[in-house]
Design a binder for this molecule. Structure first.
Ligand SMILES: NC(=O)c1ccc[n+]([C@@H]2O[C@H](COP(=O)([O-])OP(=O)(O)OC[C@H]3O[C@@H](n4cnc5c(N)ncnc54)[C@H](OP(=O)(O)O)[C@@H]3O)[C@@H](O)[C@H]2O)c1
Length: 335
C-alpha cells in the first residue's frame, strides 16, 4: 500500500492514558483520521474509559500516553498480547531492541522490531517516541548531522507547562517564573539524541558519537518547547552552508504523503526574533519544527534556535505518524 492509498476499512486503535495531556492530544490527532479509528470528542462524553487490561482491549494498534510508573508493566502486557504499542513513556526508549523513532529522521530504526519480537517472544511490539525536547532538537540536528557530522551539542531548553502533563506545575509556581529544573529531563535529552541520530548495523543500533550537554528549564508557556543549541561539527560549515542544508532537507521519503506528515518536518525562519512559541507552535498543524537564528558560534561552530509542539510533534502526533508508517509498510494492519 502506498501512503496515498485510502484504506477500505479503518483500523481500530486504543489509547492508554486517554485522560492525560498527551492522551487528550491523541484524541484530537485521531479525529477523522482516514486510516485509524478515533472518536469525535462529542461522542467521547458517552464512552467509558476501560481498564488498562489487554483482556479488555483488542485493538491491533495501542497508543500509550501512560505515566512511566504505569507504562513499565502495562506496555509489555499489551505487546505480549499481540498489540503494537506506540509509547510516549521513557521506560523502553533506550532498550537496544526498541526503536526510538522520528519517522523523517530514522524510519529505518523500525527494523529493530523484528529482533525485539524474536528475542522477547512478543507477537506485538513496542515502538517509542523520544522525550519532547529531544525530538525538537533532533529534527533540527538531523540535516546537519547528515551533511557535516554533529560531534558536540550544548543545549538549553525553555519548556512549556503542558510538558509536565495535567494538572502539571502549580500555577503559583510557574506564573511569572522560570524553573531551572525538570526532573530527569537532562539525561533523557543527552542519551536520546545520539540514539536517534545513530544507525542500525547488522541488526543492532549503533548510537551516533555525539556528545550532548543539556540544561532544561520550565517556562510559563502553554505549548511549545524552545531549544537553543551550540553545535560542534566534524566538517566545519558556515551559517550559509547550514541554512542551505536545513532548507533543502525533507527527511525520509517513506513518510511523505502519510496522513499526519506535515509538508515539511522542518522550516527555517529568517526573522531575527523567531521562532516564538506563541506565533510558531502551530506550524504544520503542530508537526513542523521551526528553526531560526542560524549563526556562527564563537566557541563551537554553529548556533541556532528550534521550536516544536511538545504534545503534538513531541508526543501524540509523532506516535500517530509512527503508526501510519507501520501501517503503510505493512508491519501492522495488512490483514
Ligand atoms: N506532556 C508532554 O508534552 C509529553 C511529551 C512527550 C512524552 N510525554 C510522556 O507521555 C506520557 C503521558 O504524559 P502526560 O503529559 O499526558 O501525563 P498526564 O497528563 O499526567 O497523563 C498520564 C495518564 O496516565 C494515566 N495513568 C497513570 N497511572 C495509571 C495507571 N496505573 N493505570 C492506568 N492509567 C494510568 C492517567 O490516568 P488518570 O487520569 O486516571 O490519572 C493519565 O491518563 C508520560 O510518560 C510522559 O513522560 C509527555
Amino acid at each position: 500500500m502506498t501512503a496515498s492509498t485510502p484504506r477500505a476499512r479503518r483500523l481500530p486503535v486504543a489509547i492508554l492514558g486517554a485522560t492525560g495531556a498527551v492522551g487528550q492530544t491523541f484524541i484530537r490527532c485521531l479525529r477523522n483520521h482516514p486510516w485509524l479509528e478515533g472518536e469525535l470528542p462529542g461522542e467521547l462524553a458517552d464512552r467509558t474509559v476501560l481498564p488498562c487490561d489487554p483482556a479488555e482491549i483488542s485493538a491491533p494498534i495501542v497508543f500509550s500516553a501512560l505515566d512511566a510508573a504505569a507504562a513499565g508493566d502495562l506496555e509489555p502486557a499489551f505487546a505480549r498480547s499481540g498489540a503494537l504499542v506506540l509509547s510516549n513513556a521513557k521506560n523502553f526508549r533506550m532498550e537496544p531492541d526498541v526503536p526510538l523513532v522520528i519517522p523523517e529522521v530514522n524510519a529505518n530504526h523500525l527494523s529493530l522490531l523484528e529482533q525485539q519480537r524474536r528475542s522477547r517472544g512478543w507477537s506485538g511490539g513496542i515502538v517509542t517516541n523520544a522525550n519532547c525536547a529531544a525530538t525538537v532538537a533532533t529534527v533540527a540536528l538531523a540535516p546537519l548531522h547528515e551533511a557535516f557530522g554533529v560531534r558536540q551539542v550544548f543545549v538549553v531548553t525553555m519548556q512549556a507547562v503542558s510538558g509536565a502533563g495535567y494538572p502539571g506545575v502549580p500555577s503559583l509556581d510557574i506564573l511569572g517564573n522560570v524553573i531551572p529544573y525538570i526532573g530527569e529531563e537532562e539525561p533523557k535529552i543527552e542519551r536520546e539524541i545520539p540514539k536517534m541520530l545513530g544507525c542500525v548495523q547488522g541488526g543492532a543500533l549503533v548510537p551516533a558519537p555525539v556528545r550532548v550537554s543539556a540544561h532544561a528549564n520550565r517556562v510559563a508557556v502553554e505549548h511549545g518547547h524552545t531549544v537553543c543549541m551550540s553545535i560542534k561539527l566534524d566538517k566545519p560549515a558556515t551559517p550559509e552552508d547550514a541554512l542551505r542544508v536545513l532548507e533543502e532537507w525533507r527527511g525520509d521519503a517513506a513518510v511523505r504523503g502519510l496522513p499526519s506528515a506535515p509538508e515539511r518536518a522542518l522550516v527555517v525562519t529568517d526573522a531575527l526574533d523567531r521562532p516564538q512559541a506563541r506565533r510558531d507552535v502551530g506550524s504544520g498543524a503542530g508537526m513542523t519544527v521551526v528553526v531560526g537564528r542560524v549563526r556562527t558560534d564563537p566557541q563551537l561552530d554553529l548556533r541556532l534556535v528550534a521550536l516544536g509542539h511538545n504534545t503534538i510533534r513531541g508526543a501524540a502526533g509523532g506516535s500517530v505518524l509512527n503508526a501510519e508508517l507501520l501501517v503503510a509498510t505493512g508491519v501492522v494492519g495488512s490483514a
